[in-house]
Design a protein around this ligand. Structure first.
Ligand code: ADP
Ligand code: MG
Length: 270
């Protein structure tokens, strides 16, 4: 029998708030999934390009970026760069991407640019993780339309739930108008600090509101996690034994286990 075809699972890592751990989660979850033997592609949709920088993508490689794919019709495969991590590729963000939010407005199928371009790699990767910018504009919309599901990093702090309900409404709207199959993959609590009572209280609230859509795994606040990008590496390569790296490995396992326990789910969603 021929091997089963790969069903590509596309996750948009999104939260309109900045600094909540989207990029950190994209880079390190992708690395942990690759370490589990999965073929993974990161799409850096943030004009700030933190995922590209944090993975040490050379400036030269940025001539082939997601900007060219979205606006110049470059085939997606041509924009793919290798990373240090075996099995993990990236489409970097380019400096031009900051203009894309406005330039996209006048382009045909403006919400579908990424989805259309990604047809070419369906079945090539097990997972595609899209690192979204901290806004709900056309770049994030392109990610939500191209995705099977949304992964939401949430920092346990006072206004977390308020921002979350806004994001949920956006997901609902996308589901009704542009991408019927979009689901909520899950919410991961980031930069968690057990010594902080507010963190514990917010985490309890989030779990009450969203139930088992919140992952058991929480990512602790860990200085090694924040140091790794300046070395151009995911924390799993920088210090695999630190608490942050270990948490991302647990998160990858939890996500893979959930996908296995929902047979047919991935296939249906694509
Ligand atoms: P976003 O992409 O949502 O803007 P980032 O992933 O860039 O957020 O994270 C914001 C900042 O917090 C970065 O400086 C990052 O290094 C730091 N950070 C993220 N996660 C952790 C963590 N678990 N422990 C310590 N610092 C973290
Ligand atoms: Mg970011």
């Amino acid at each position: 029998m021929p091997p089963a075809p790969i069903v590509t699972r596309v996750l948009a890592v999104a939260n309109q708030k900045g600094g909540v751990g989207k990029t950190t989660t994209t880079v390190n979850l992708a690395t942990a999934l690759a370490a589990c033997g999965k073929q993974v592609l990161i799409v850096d949709m943030d004009p700030q390009g933190n995922a590209s920088t944090g993975l040490g993508v050379a400036a030269k490689a940025r001539d082939h970026s997601i900007y060219q794919v979205l606006l110049d019709g470059m085939p997606l495969k041509e924009a793919v760069s290798r990373t240090l991590v075996p099995g993990m590729d990236i489409i970097p963000s380019g400096v031009d991407l900051s203009g894309a939010e406005l330039e996209l407005i006048d382009v045909a199928r403006r919400e579908y640019r990424l989805r259309d371009a990604m047809e070419a790699i369906r079945g090539t990767y097990d997972f595609v993780l899209i690192d979204c910018p901290p806004a709900l504009g056309l770049l994030t919309l392109n990610a939500l339309v191209a995705a099977n599901a949304v992964l939401v990093p949430l920092q346990a702090e006072f206004y977390a739930l308020e921002g979350l309900s806004h994001l949920m409404r956006t997901i609902d709207r996308v589901r009704r108008g542009l991408n019927e199959g979009l689901s909520l993959q899950g919410v991961v609590l980031t930069m968690f600090d057990r010594r902080n009572n507010l963190c514990e209280m917010v985490a309890a609230d989030v779990r009450e509101y969203l139930g088992d859509r919140v992952y058991k795994t929480m990512i602790p606040r860990n200085v090694r996690v924040s140091e790794a990008p300046s070395h151009g590496k995911p924390v799993l390569l920088y210090d695999v034994r630190c608490a942050g790296a270990q948490a991302y490995i647990r998160l990858a396992r939890e996500i893979l286990q959930r996908e296995q326990s929902l047979p047919g789910q991935a296939a249906l969603a694509s």
